[in-house]
Design a protein around this ligand. Structure first.
Ligand code: ADP
Ligand code: MG
Length: 695
C-alpha cells in the first residue's frame, strides 16, 4: 500500500469527529461535542439525529447490524448484535437505528459474572453509551457491524463492568488535579485534566497446526507440558532481531487492521524469547487507550488466524522462557494542556512536577497491595510470583537523577547537601532529566521513564482498566490530601511555596521506603523489602485480599468509584475466575497425560521391551545395560504419571488451588521427563522447539 492509501485508510472504520461533522447538522454536532468534552447527558432529539447519522455512515461501510460493545468482568469484551432491519407494512424493510437504541441497551446478559450482585430475578443488565470513545465498525467476511462503546451496569446502577469505575476514577483524578492547578494559579474554568496511557503489548505467535494439536493451548492458553529446546533465549539473538518474512506479513496486516480502527500502532519488534513479539501504540486518553488495547488483542488473534498462526496472549505460554506482559505507560495532562510528569522549563512548572511525583510516591506506598491486586490472575502468577519480570513486590524506580532530586527535597531548603544543592520549591530549576537515561531499570514494576510512569506488572492478557482505576484513584487521594494541607496553610497566611515545600518533604520522609533503584530480581531485595515492610504477595488469592480491606472500601467509597457491595462482588468474581482456571488446567493436564501421553508411552515401552528380548534372542548374550536402564526409567516415570493422575483426579474438585498446583507440577515433571526419553516421532504433542522455531 502506498503512503497515500495508508493515510486514507487510517480510521476509515471509526465514526471520527470529522465524520460526525460531515454527517450531522451544525446544532447536533455542537451538542455532541459538548457531551464528549463536558461528559454531559445528551438531549434525546440530538441522540436521534446522531444515531441516524451513525447508521447512514455505517450502512455506507457495509454494516447490517449494530451492537453495544462493553467490558464485563470476564476480562474480555462483549457484544450482542441487532440488525438495523425493520419490516414495513408493504412487506419490504427499512434500516432503523434510534437514539434510544444508541444510548441504552438491554442485552440482559445475565450469565456474566456479577459476584452475587445480581440474583436471577433482577438479572437484567443495561448498557449505556460512552460518547467519549468513538463508535467503530468491525468488518466481517460478508458484512460489518457498528460497535458502540458502552458501560454495563445492573438495573439499580451497580457497575458490572471494568469501564464504569475507570471513567469515575478519571473524573475524580481530573477534579483533584484541577484543584491543585488552581492553587498553582492555573486557569481551570471549563477545563479538565486527564490521564494518558500507551500499552506496550507482548504476545507469542505459533503455527496454527501446532496450536491445534496442543489441547492445553486450545483450552488454557498455555502449554501445561513441554521440555525446553536446546537453544531458546540464551543468545539474546531474537530481541530486536530481523523479523522473519512470514511474521512480517502478519505484522503488516496487523498494523493496517489497527490503523483502520484509528488505533495508532507505532512500534513492532521481536521480543526476548523466540516467537515472542511486541506492538505498541502512540498513547491516548486513558479510556480510549484501554478500548484500543482491548481491540488490539482481538485483532492480534484474528489477524494471526488469517496468517495460519495462533496468537498467544497468555502471560506464560511456555515454561522456562520469558513471559508476556503489558507495560502500562501512564501520565497526566493538566488543565493547562501540559504533561505534568515532565519536568518543566521553570521553577513553577517544576513544582507541579515534583508535587505529582510526591503524590505518586505517597499513593503507591499507601496502596502497594491494592495495586498488586489489580494485576492478580492465574496467568500472571507465573510472572509476578516466580522469579521473573517484574516481581510481586511493588516499588518505584525513579532513576538516579530524579532520586537525587527527591533526596534533596527531603533535606529541605534549610540544610546544605553534599551533592551540591537542595531543592527550593518555586526557586530551583531542575536538572534536565533525559528521556532515555542509561540507567533505565528493566526490573522495576513501576518505573519513571522520563515523562511517564511505566507499570509493568499488568499481564499480557489483562484488561488494564483495573490497574488504571486504582492508579487514578490513589493519586487523586494523595492530591486531595496535599491540596487540603496547602489550602489550610495558605488560609493561615503562610506562603504557598513554603507550605508546599514542607508537605513534599514530609511525603518523602514518610514514604521513601517505596523507592528502589536496584535490581528487583535479587533475594537481597526481597529481604530488604521485608525489612521496609513492603508487601510481597506472591499468589493471586493473597493479592486479592487487598480488595477486602477496610482501607480499600473506604477509599473507593469516598471517591464514589465502587461501593463496598460492588467491591465485594469484584473480589468474588476475580477469585472465582482464578479458582476455575486452576481447576480447568488440572483437568486438562490430567486428560492429556491419561489420554495422549500414557498410551504413547506404553506403546513405546512395549517396543523397547520387545527390542530387548528380540535382540537377546538373535544375538544371544549381549550387553543391554543402558537400554534396560532406559526402559526402567520410562517404566518408573509411567508409574509416577499414573499415580499422580489418580491423585489429581481425587483432589481437583475438593482442594485449595495451591494443593492442585503442587500436584499438577508433579505431573508435569514426570511427563516432561518422559518426553526427554521418548521417541520424538511418537510423542503425542508438538515440541517446544517446533512451536518456537518453526515459523
Ligand atoms: P519504551 O518504554 O519501550 O522505551 P517509549 O518510551 O517510546 O518506549 O514508549 C512506550 C509507550 O509509552 C508507547 O506506547 C508510548 O506511546 C507511551 N507513552 C509515551 N509518552 C506517554 C505519556 N505521556 N503518557 C502515556 N503513555 C506514553
Ligand atoms: Mg516501555
Amino acid at each position: 500500500m502506498e503512503a497515500n492509501a495508508i493515510t486514507k485508510c487510517y480510521a476509515e472504520n471509526v465514526f471520527t469527529i470529522k465524520t460526525m461533522r460531515a454527517f450531522l447538522s451544525k446544532k447536533a454536532y455542537k451538542a455532541l461535542m459538548e457531551t464528549i468534552t463536558d461528559r454531559s447527558t445528551i438531549d434525546p432529539e440530538i441522540a436521534d439525529e446522531v444515531a441516524d447519522a451513525m447508521k447512514t455512515w455505517a450502512l455506507s461501510r457495509g454494516a447490517t447490524h449494530f451492537t453495544h460493545w462493553f467490558q464485563p468482568l470476564t476480562g474480555a469484551t462483549a457484544e450482542k448484535h441487532d440488525s438495523f432491519i425493520e419490516p414495513d407494512r408493504e412487506g419490504e424493510c427499512m434500516m432503523v437505528f434510534s437514539g434510544k437504541e444508541l444510548i441504552q441497551g438491554e442485552p440482559d446478559a445475565s450469565s456474566f459474572p456479577s459476584g452475587g450482585l445480581r440474583a436471577t430475578f433482577e438479572a437484567r443488565g443495561y448498557t449505556a453509551w460512552d460518547p467519549t470513545s468513538p463508535a467503530f465498525i468491525k468488518e466481517g467476511k460478508k458484512g460489518a457491524t457498528l460497535c458502540i462503546p458502552t458501560v454495563f451496569c445492573a438495573y439499580n446502577g451497580e457497575a458490572l463492568d471494568e469501564k464504569t469505575p475507570l471513567l469515575k476514577s478519571m473524573d475524580v483524578l481530573s477534579e483533584q488535579i484541577c484543584r491543585l492547578a488552581k492553587l498553582f494559579g492555573i486557569k481551570t474554568k471549563g477545563k479538565r485534566a486527564y490521564p494518558t496511557m500507551g500499552a506496550e503489548q507482548e504476545y507469542f505467535l505459533v503455527d496454527k497446526e501446532f496450536y491445534d494439536s496442543r489441547r492445553d493451548l486450545l483450552q488454557t492458553g498455555r502449554t501445561l507440558f513441554g521440555t525446553q529446546p536446546s537453544k531458546h533465549q540464551q543468545m539474546d539473538d531474537h530481541y530486536f532481531g530481523a523479523i522473519k518474512p512470514r511474521v512480517m506479513a502478519f505484522m503488516e496486516d496487523l498494523d493496517r487492521n489497527l490503523w483502520k480502527l484509528g488505533i495508532p500502532a507505532k512500534t513492532r519488534h521481536n521480543e526476548v524469547c523466540p516467537a515472542q513479539f511486541e506492538i505498541a501504540p502512540i498513547f491516548e486518553e486513558l479510556n480510549l487507550g484501554i478500548d484500543h488495547n482491548m481491540l488490539t488483542m482481538e485483532i492480534l488473534r484474528n489477524t494471526a488466524e488469517q496468517h495460519y498462526f495462533a496468537c498467544l496472549l497468555h502471560e506464560k505460554p511456555y515454561a522456562g522462557v520469558n513471559g508476556s506482559g503489558k507495560h502500562n505507560n501512564w501520565s497526566v495532562v493538566g488543565p493547562d494542556g501540559r504533561n505534568w510528569l515532565t519536568p518543566g522549563d521553570n521553577p513553577h512548572e517544576n513544582a507541579e512536577f515534583l508535587t505529582m511525583i510526591c503524590a505518586l510516591i505517597m499513593a503507591i506506598d499507601k496502596h502497594a497491595a491494592l495495586l498488586r491486586a489489580t494485576v492478580a490472575s492465574a496467568g500472571n502468577d507465573h510472572r509476578l510470583g516466580a522469579n521473573e519480570a517484574p516481581p510481586a513486590i511493588i516499588s518505584i524506580f525513579l532513576g538516579e537523577q530524579l532520586y537525587d532530586v527527591i533526596e534533596q527535597l527531603e533535606k529541605g531548603k534549610a540544610t546544605s547537601s553534599k551533592k551540591g544543592g537542595v531543592i527550593q520549591i518555586g526557586v530551583t530549576s531542575l536538572p534536565h532529566l533525559p528521556r532515555d537515561a542509561t540507567d533505565r531499570n528493566r526490573t522495576s514494576p513501576f518505573a519513571f521513564t522520563g515523562n511517564k510512569f511505566e507499570f509493568r506488572a499488568v499481564g499480557s492478557s489483562h484488561n488494564c482498566s483495573q490497574a488504571n482505576t486504582v492508579l487514578n484513584t490513589i493519586v487523586a487521594e494523595a492530591l486531595d490530601e496535599i491540596c487540603t494541607k496547602i489550602e489550610a496553610g495558605v488560609k493561615k497566611g503562610e506562603q504557598f511555596n513554603d507550605v508546599l515545600q514542607v508537605i513534599l518533604q514530609d511525603i518523602v520522609k514518610n514514604h521513601k521506603r517505596i523507592l528502589f533503584n536496584g535490581d528487583n530480581y535479587t533475594d537481597d531485595w526481597k529481604k530488604e523489602a521485608k525489612k521496609r515492610g513492603l508487601p510481597n504477595l506472591v499468589t493471586t488469592p493473597e493479592a486479592l485480599e487487598a480488595y477486602q480491606t477496610k482501607e480499600t472500601a473506604k477509599l473507593f467509597e469516598k471517591y464514589g468509584i465502587l461501593s463496598e457491595r460492588e467491591l465485594n462482588s469484584r473480589y468474588k468474581t476475580y477469585l472465582e475466575k482464578y479458582e476455575a482456571e486452576i481447576v480447568i488446567e488440572a483437568i486438562c493436564a490430567r486428560k492429556i497425560a491419561k489420554n495422549l501421553v500414557i498410551p504413547a508411552v506404553i506403546r513405546y515401552q512395549a517396543e523397547l521391551a520387545n527390542s530387548i528380548s528380540t535382540t537377546k534372542s538373535v544375538l544371544g548374550k549381549v550387553n543391554q545395560t543402558e537400554t534396560k536402564k532406559l526402559l526402567t526409567e520410562i517404566s518408573k516415570e509411567t508409574e509416577t504419571v499414573l499415580k499422580t493422575i489418580t491423585e489429581l483426579e481425587r483432589i481437583t474438585e475438593s482442594s485449595k488451588p495451591d494443593k492442585i498446583i503442587a500436584v499438577q507440577n508433579k505431573l508435569r515433571t514426570a511427563v516432561d521427563s518422559l518426553e526427554s526419553r521418548m521417541d520424538r516421532n511418537t510423542w503425542p504433542l508438538p515440541s517446544y522447539t517446533e512451536m518456537m522455531f518453526v515459523m
